[in-house]
Design a protein around this ligand. Structure first.
Ligand SMILES: Cc1cc2nc3c(=O)[nH]c(=O)nc-3n(C[C@H](O)[C@H](O)[C@H](O)COP(=O)(O)O)c2cc1C
Length: 166
């Protein structure tokens, strides 16, 4: 068991692909779990989590996360660190861009340390509840419109997380 658990929920495969890229960037230091099939026992003892979700509905959490978030938030997360990434579509859903990360944040932020916040500069969108004081509460990734920026965004984010986790 590594110290980092990447927990992802993905409906069409984009969040899964990003989760795999994040795992690769940690070069063997992170384990990967699909929340569709993970058990609490498998992930209970990790000190660090990376939560990855896609956004559905109008700013809603991905379906598998919808089922798993209540269990995850029942874990004792005190003294642990959690980073969040969310897939979104900043063109078609410009007023709820990547908001699923805020659903996760609201559920756990009072009981753990959230790391990996990202300035909203460099993103084009009209509105997102996931932004607090100019910072997204996690990393937004837009595979629908800005897939060419994903690699660079992930590399930068993971470098910052290594300072927190490793
Ligand atoms: C029905 C539906 C609703 C969506 N709603 C939002 C939204 O509110 N905000 C957003 O940023 N993206 C939204 N998206 C875009 C997805 O989050 C985006 O395409 C993502 O890459 C899908 O990831 P996945 O393949 O892992 O499920 C929506 C997509 C679909 C199909």
């Amino acid at each position: 068991m590594n110290k980092i658990a990447i927990l992802y929920g993905s409906s069409g495969g984009n969040a899964e692909s990003v989760a795999r890229q994040v795992q690769d960037l940690f070069e063997g230091a992170a384990d990967l779990f699909n929340v569709r099939e993970v058990t609490l026992e498998e992930i209970r003892d990790y000190p660090y989590y990376i939560v990855g979700t896609s956004t559905t509905g109008m700013g809603d959490l991905q379906d598998d996360w919808e089922g798993f978030l209540p269990s995850f938030s029942n874990l004792d997360l005190s003294g642990k660190k959690v980073a969040i990434f969310a897939l979104g579509d900043s063109a078609s859903y410009s007023t709820s861009f990547a908001e699923s990360m805020k659903v996760v944040y609201d559920e756990i932020a009072d009981r753990t340390t959230i790391v990996g916040q990202v300035p909203d500069e460099g993103y084009t969108y009209d509105d997102s509840m996931a932004v607090i004081d100019g910072m997204f509460v996690g990393l937004p990734i837009d595979e629908d419109n800005e897939y060419d920026m994903t690699q660079e965004r992930l590399a930068k984010w993971v470098e910052a997380l290594k300072e927190e986790f490793l």
